[in-house]
Write a protein that binds this ligand. Sequence first.
Ligand code: CA
Length: 230
Amino acid sequence: MSEKTILIIEDEEDILALIHYNLTKDGYRVMGTASGEEGLEAALRNRPDLILLDLMLPGLNGIEVCRKLKAAPDTASIPIIMVTAKGEEPDIVAGLEMGADDYLTKPFSIRVLSARVKAVLRRPRAEMAPDRDQAAIHIHELIIHPGRKEVLAEGEPVDLTFTEFHVLHYLASRPGWVFTRYQIVNAVRGEDYSVTDRAVDVQIVGLRKKLGRYGKYIETVRGVGYRFRD
Ligand code: CA
């Protein structure tokens, strides 16, 4: 397998050095840049396999960098992990809705960093996803069958509403990914127009209840949204 390239955009020297050192040790080719402008340029020039993007940058901030990366055809499909400080949840939500793949909150452990990077690099890129939409999902003790709109928990059918089914299917089709309420609404809209931002929470409560002990796989990510545990 060819060496994966990771671009870091981080203005704090110590953190940049720490991430750079550890990812290099993990066997990646690592590039470090200290500003949004430099980072954008490096991304366009080098087309890395993954970008670690600090959100609090002087000048062009991380959200702007994310927007520009996702808007440019050459960089749109490069996965982005945002690096944020506590209390930046609105930015995390904005970034995820703009197409960022994941985020890390400072301070984070090197072990967590390594695991997230590995997980994101392993994920199929978004444009490769369509054929998964109709295949049954086998995860933990659950089988989610989109064609039949059926969920089995250890072989036993779970009685879900149409909307609950779609919310569950959407989350479980990308385990480990965090989705904002807005993304969930968008994904299930067209099936049921009555779904609003707040109503997503209600759907989740109903889903967890009906899934019983499997409900724990739907995790709340405080201030951000929901994730199906991988
Ligand atoms: Ca910073």
